[in-house]
Each structure stands twice: as C-alpha cells, then as structure tokens.
Write a protein that binds this ligand. Structure first.
Ligand SMILES: [Zn+2]
Length: 433
C-alpha cells in the first residue's frame, strides 16, 4: 500500500509531498520535480493548506470497557480518538474489573488491536483494585504482551506515602513511570465537588482547595527524588502545583506533568448555573490558575496535554450537581481547544503543539513508534490539521457513546482533517474512513 500526501506543510521544511510505503515514510520531496515519479500510488491525500503533525498521543483516556460499556467501549473510544487526530491513547486502569493484572492489560491491548483505529496502550493500576494498599502485579504487567510502562490509580490518589515510595522503587527496574492523581483525601473530602472559593460558598457546594493537590505534588516529587524514579503528575490544575513542578525540574528531579484541555480553557465561574456538565476532578479553577497553566505548558514546565476523556452515561451525569459523576469528553475536541487557546494566543507555534500533544506524551509513555519526526524511515503515524478552519462543537455529532461534552456550541479555530495510522488513513476530511 502506497499513500501519497500531497503538499502538506511539514513544520520546519515547508510544503512537501510525503510518500508512505507499507506504513513507513519512504520519500519526502516535491512530486512535480520528479523525485517521486517512479512510484505507483494507491491513495492520495490532497493536503494543500494543511499542517502535518506527528500523530497525537493521549496519556489519559477513560474507555470504560470492561464494566461500563453503556458509557464507552474500546471501539467507540478508539473512533473518537481517531477523529480527534490521535494515533495512540493510554487507557486508564479504573475499569470494572480494574486493570491490575497482566491478563487484564493484555485484554485491553487486544480489544484495541481489534478496533484497529489507534494504538490502545493499557495503563496498569498501582494498587490492587485501586484500593491504595497493596501493589498490583506491576512487573507482570510490564513483562506481559501489553508492555505496561505507565501505572496509575487515577480517579483515586495514592494517599499512603509508603505505598507510593514502594511503587516508585518498583517501576524503576523496567523504566516505568507512576502517574499520580494528586488529591489529598483529608483536604478535599469525598463530597468536594468544585473549586473552594467565593463561588463554592455562594453556591453552597463543598469546596476542593488547590492545596489538596499541591501537598501531594510536593510529597511525590520528593519521593521521586528519594527513589531516583519517575513521577508523572496527572491533570495539573493549580498555579501552586506548577510552582512545585518548576522547582522540582530545576533540581533535576524526574517529574513530568500534563494539563487537560478543559483546565486550559474553562474556569470555575461556569458552575454558577449548577450545570453538572462542568463537574470535573480536579475541578475547574479561577482564571488566574488557567493563565499560569497556559504559560507553564508554553515554557515546558508542563510537558503534555492529556484529555482525561471521561465519558458518562446520561443517568450518571444528569443529576443534581452534588450527585453527578465527575468528568467530561475530550478526545474529539482536544486538538481544536489547544489550537484555539495556545496557538490562537501566540503561546505555542505548531512545533510546540507537536511537542505537547505527540512528542512529549509518547516519550513519557515509552511508545517508540509515536511522537517521531515526519522523516524518511519513520513509521507513518501522523495527523493533518487545518489551522484556519473553524468548528462549532455539536455534542450529538460525537462518536463517543456519551454526551457529557462541555464544548457543545463553542466555536473553535483549528480542525483535524485526517489521521494516518502506520500508513493507513483512519480519518479523511474529518470523517472515520
Ligand atoms: Zn484523575
């Protein structure tokens, strides 16, 4: 199978034709000059005006299979991811049952391969059943066919410092990384459901203070230093966390961090109408935090954008605010939000988008075939985006099985046009192939 991508803007080298042979980039040049003339082409993508990025990689996706296939399956989530420009996603472990064994991890891998739209890489639980007490089968998962490298109890924070220390020591042996959902359970109790501040007081909602995140981030970077291991901070939401991560990086501590599209764009005042669509964990924060998160993503203190795509069935999300499930959809809109917020404001250029949405997340997750430059000999995992097209998000158009979409009705600039996984288009003109 030979695929020709015609006239795409390859960041740095300008407009080029890219020939892909059997999943690998085989030639780059201008077709008109005869460089590629001798090749038979099976399929051509006209990419005039489009920018070619390495295929997007999401460090943080909830696919709900096994256990809640009414909210999302590995197949439906893969479809949403492909349309969102992703070629690889990491599937979080908080399913039912939990991904805490080699068999469970291999099953996620296999279902992802069956869907064949993106590479679905399982995340392994840190502790058995996400209970926070006993370490899960970390090494067995790492040495399984699924080659698990990222471990997380996401949805729950590992509260016990001794358990966290053990996990960090353990994963070092196989180059793993521990991804922490930083939330001190005493400072943000189980009823906490929105940012603690003037608004939470006025709405009468139990608050989730930023310090509940920051004390865990501070503790865990120190544990990472002590163990010489890698810690990753999931969905950073406060300026104080950014400050700690910046300090830790300056000390040479192996810490990486991600921010979600919703924490880059949405603020806590959206909760004024008690709309549970905007109920997320960690909660939406004030504009001052959002500004700091954007700047931290631009300067590299925060390494990556990760969606925290969290589909929920209607009967779990459409409740009174206090009883509704936490989480929002994110896979299909992540690129457009980042383009709108970060490129639109001049904080990131397209090379920067490639860094935070592909190169850095692939590196953190240890995915060797992703986040690579678009160059001869590299696997053809790439995303073609239209930087000037706009989209008005329609939640009914989503390929996710759920509809908890906080972007509904928003007009965003920058749209995914096509996604190519190992030389095969999964998405063309914004539609699943
Ligand atoms: Zn989380």
């Amino acid at each position: 199978m030979n695929l020709l991508i015609k006239g795409a803007d390859l960041i740095g080298t300008g407009r080029q034709d890219v020939l892909v042979r059997d999943g690998v980039v085989s030639e780059i040049g201008m077709l008109a000059s005869g460089l590629l003339g001798s090749e038979t082409v099976d399929q051509t993508i006209e990419a005039d005006g489009l920018i070619a990025l390495p295929g997007l990689v999401d460090l943080h996706t909830h696919l709900r299979e096994p256990g809640r296939e009414d909210a999302e399956t590995i197949a439906s989530g893969s479809a949403a991811a492909a349309v969102g420009g992703f070629t690889a996603i990491l599937a979080m472990a908080n399913t039912t049952p939990v991904t805490d064994t080699a068999e469970a991890a291999e099953r996620v891998l296999d279902l992802g391969r069956l869907a064949a739209l993106v590479d679905v890489q399982p995340v392994g639980a840190i502790t058995k059943g996400l209970a926070g007490e006993e370490l899960a089968e970390l090494a067995l998962m790492a040495h399984s066919r699924a080659r698990v490298r990222v471990f997380s109890d996401d949805g729950r924070c590992v509260q016990d410092a001794r358990v966290m220390r053990r996990a960090l020591e353990y994963v070092r042996a196989f180059g793993g990384v521990v991804s922490q959902h930083a939330q001190d359970s005493q400072l943000a109790d189980r009823h906490a459901c929105c940012h603690e501040g003037e608004l939470s007081g006025r709405l009468g909602l139990p608050g989730w203070p930023g310090i509940a995140e920051e004390v865990i981030v501070a503790r865990d970077v120190m544990l990472a230093r002590h163990t010489g291991s890698r810690i990753h901070i999931a969905h950073v939401s406060t300026a104080g966390s950014v400050e700690v991560i910046r300090w830790a990086k300056a000390q040479g501590i192996a810490v990486t961090a991600e921010v979600t599209p919703h924490h880059l764009m949405l603020t806590t005042d959206l909760l004024a109408g008690y709309d549970p669509t905007f109920k997320v964990n960690p909660p939406l924060r004030p504009a001052e935090d959002v500004q700091v998160l954007r700047a931290a993503l631009a300067d590299g203190t925060i390494d990556a954008v990760a969606t925290d795509h969290a589909p929920h069935a209607r009967h779990d999300k459409e409740h009174t605010f206090i009883n509704a499930a936490f989480g929002v959809l994110g896979l299909e809109t992540a690129f457009s939000v980042v383009s709108d917020v970060m490129v639109g404001s001049g904080l990131l250029d397209w090379a920067g988008v490639a860094r935070v949405m592909s190169v850095a997340p692939a590196g953190i997750a240890g995915l060797s075939g992703h986040g690579r430059p678009i160059a001869v000999g590299e696997p053809a995992n790439l995303t073609l985006v239209d930087p000037s097209a706009t989209v008005t998000v329609d939640r009914e158009a989503s390929l996710s099985l759920s509809r908890n979409n906080p972007w509904h009705g928003r007009r965003l600039t920058g749209v995914v046009h096509a996604t190519v996984l190992r030389g095969l288009p999964t998405v063309l003109t914004g539609e699943l192939v």
